[in-house]
Write a protein that binds this ligand. Structure first.
Ligand code: PGA
Length: 256
């Protein structure tokens, strides 16, 4: 059984006080100074940039919880007002760079080309690219989901060596299933896209995650889908209790 990646992006939420409370609670729940991840589970958290160093400071350098940023530029430095580079993210304690979330593709002009550049930048600096892919409701209705997400993945991962690809995590997050306006996907709906992704990437990447309206009722079922090796979660994990319960569900799944 592969390690199950269980992580959350806080998107644009949480003050520093809230970030501190969540992180301190997680650290304590995992054992404080001798914190350990649940067996078979790789936890990760992706706060806003402003909370990166705060969360790193609380979790500690050797935390079993990986820390990420929600975006990073492909250049190492320069005149790119408002952007943060991978070396800067690394300097602040990040180990993961989330790339290509649908909210960034929709609102901030992220394209297959920019995701490719960003994946390369993360790998160049030894960070884990967490590449998000997913189709719209229209694409799904037209029956093109698998083809669409494979195109997104292939475009972003083009030209990588076997070793580089082995450091990439992919999160399949159908746009129609994400956020307040999304509706939770059924297991049946996800079997085919994961079969397509799995045929190409299982055993070659570090993880193949599902995301989009994951909650405490559907998490176990989603982890049971063939090729799924983790969950990437928004709202359900923003309250620490929700995140801790997801970790327990994943631990039970690996033990089963
Ligand atoms: P959600 O967000 O769990 O709140 O639907 C998922 C995501 O965008 O990664």
């Amino acid at each position: 059984m592969s390690t199950l990646w269980i992580g959350t992006s806080w998107k644009m939420t949480k003050t520093l006080d809230e970030a501190r409370a969540w992180s301190e609670g997680l650290r304590e729940a995992l054992g404080g100074d001798t914190a350990q991840a649940p067996a078979g589970v790789q936890p990760f958290v992706i706060p806003s940039f402003t909370a990166t160093t705060t969360v790193r400071g609380i979790l500690g350098e050797d935390s079993p919880v990986l820390l990420g940023v929600q975006n990073a530029h492909w250049e190492d430095a320069g005149a790119w007002t408002g952007e943060v580079s991978v070396p800067q993210a690394k300097d602040a304690g990040a180990q993961i760079v989330e790339i290509g979330h649908s909210e960034r593709r929709e609102h901030f002009g992220e394209t297959v080309e920019t995701t490719r550049l960003k994946v390369a930048a993360a790998l160049r600096h030894g960070l884990t690219p967490l590449l998000c892919i997913g189709e719209s409701a229209d694409v799904k209705e037209a029956g093109g989901s698998s083809e669409f997400i494979l195109d997104q993945a292939r475009g972003a991962l083009e030209g990588l060596s076997v070793e580089e690809l082995s450091r990439v995590v992919i999160a399949y997050e159908p746009i129609w299933a994400i956020g307040e306006k999304g509706r939770p996907a059924t297991v049946e709906e996800l079997v085919e896209p994961f079969a397509a992704l799995g045929a190409e990437y299982t055993g070659k990447v570090a993880g193949l995650l599902y995301g989009g309206s994951v909650n405490l009722d559907n998490a176990a079922g989603l982890l049971g889908i063939e090729h799924v090796t983790g969950l990437f979660v928004g709202r359900t994990a923003w309250e620490l209790d929700g995140y801790l319960e997801l970790l327990r569900i994943a631990e039970a799944h690996t033990a089963a």
